[in-house]
Design a protein around this ligand. Sequence first.
Ligand SMILES: *[C@@H]1O[C@H](CO)[C@@H](O)[C@H](O)[C@H]1NC(C)=O
Ligand SMILES: *[C@@H]1O[C@H](CO)[C@@H](O)[C@H](O)[C@H]1NC(C)=O
Ligand SMILES: *[C@@H]1O[C@H](CO)[C@@H](O)[C@H](O)[C@H]1NC(C)=O
Ligand SMILES: *[C@@H]1O[C@H](CO)[C@@H](O)[C@H](O)[C@H]1NC(C)=O
Length: 446
Amino acid sequence: MIYFPISIPFWASCLCFYICYTQAKLHHHNHHHDHDHHENKQMHPSASNTHYTCYGDGIFDVREFGAIGDGVEDDTNAFKKAWDCVCQSQSQTQSPILWVPHGYSFIIQSTIFTGPCQSPLIFQVDGTLMPPDGPKSWPKNNRHKWLVFYRINHMTIKGRGLIDGRGQQWWNLPCKPHRGPNESTLPGPCDSPIAIRFLMCTNLKLQELKIKDSPHFNLRFDRCVRVRIESISITAPASSPNTDGIHIENTNDVQIYDSFISNGDDCVSIGSGCYDVDIKNITCVHGHGISIGSLGNHNSQAWVSNITVSDSTIRHTKNGVRIKTWQGGYGAVNRVKYENILIENVRNPIIIDQFYCSTKQCSNQTSAVLVSDIEYRNIRGTYNVRSPPVHFGCSDSVPCRKITLSEVELWPVEGRMALDAFCWNAYGEMETMTVPPVYCLLDGTR
Ligand SMILES: *[C@@H]1O[C@H](CO)[C@@H](O)[C@H](O)[C@H]1NC(C)=O
Ligand SMILES: *[C@@H]1O[C@H](CO)[C@@H](O)[C@H](O)[C@H]1NC(C)=O
Ligand SMILES: *[C@@H]1O[C@H](CO)[C@@H](O)[C@H](O)[C@H]1NC(C)=O
Ligand SMILES: *[C@@H]1O[C@H](CO)[C@@H](O)[C@H](O)[C@H]1NC(C)=O
């Protein structure tokens, strides 16, 4: 029996995880009966029959484990074997490398790469990684995730290659918004795989990677600590549903630097339980901007703190920097700083929405996640005049506190008609004059 220290909000994903993990273990076990010695030179079943003995110079090329990389053959087993070797490799001098070579396209089914491993390791993607194409080639009962990294401590994923999620057929399922007959949305489960998930990992680095066309979220981190993402690129069409770029939840000590994300949903989204997050020099295009939330759904508690977004550009998106919470719930979002942000043709550049509701059937409640100590400094650019460029919609019973604005300058993208700021139950101050002026903030810190 495997023990997972889980708490209630996570039981669902962990249960799913447990099932998959068990399957992975079974697969692993079966390999011992394969007797396909000639297939690779680096790996031999050891006498104990519980571990492989892996030989190599610390570079584990997936081709040595039987991967073909012709974009047709299923290379999953080769990746699993290569993972087992790289993960068991003990190297004093340099990190063992799982190598996905340039010039090949590897097909890999939904797979869980499980740690902990013996040494810090490198997953080097110089070639292309792809899942089987479209829902018809996926098993019906396993459509939530594609590549999963679980309980890994110290891993760098990098390379000049491409992770191609082949999302087109998933985005066009009739259960996706307006993809049904006559632009309807058919009811029913609409699962699509997240491209890459990390659960309970520590000391992760993602560098240089290119990820495109994920069927669902591109990257998702749960319960991870110390994550550094730099110089990556994530792309999916503006019209692709739920293709969030980077989603973090219950994760802390996160740096997202020098990256480009163009997609159809949140650029970066920060869920409950995240703190000490630094986002710098990223560009978000299309999609829904940088979001904290939604928080407090189903009267849950949510804590988010010490988030900084700086030196970034947000273009042609629905929102710029957004904080969204549901009515009901408890907890707090505090110490959030947005600084030096260029906004181009964004519909809601600055928005706090404590009445978030995805169903249009939410009633107002007396509790709410408290939003306080939020700074907006040097936020400039243009907005699309369909809604106020500055919107602070706070709960009746739990006002937003300590909102600070300084050097905020937002102009309509075209035409003369500028819109006023909107505030509801929001306390704070303008440190400098702003455009539009936010006179509607209430005085005092309350
Ligand atoms: C929906 O499509 C059907 C045929 O597929 C057509 O008869 C019907 O008029 C359409 N309804 C609307 C509202 O367009
Ligand atoms: C910002 O990120 C981009 C990649 O999106 C990079 O080309 C550029 O050099 C970075 N700027 C700084 C100052 O690091
Ligand atoms: C806030 O987060 C940053 C990392 O983004 C960290 O360096 C800093 O110490 C944190 N501040 C506090 C008061 O915890
Ligand atoms: C909830 O409260 C807000 C602010 O008082 C109000 O504008 C809105 O109409 C209310 N919604 C419902 C469903 O009562």
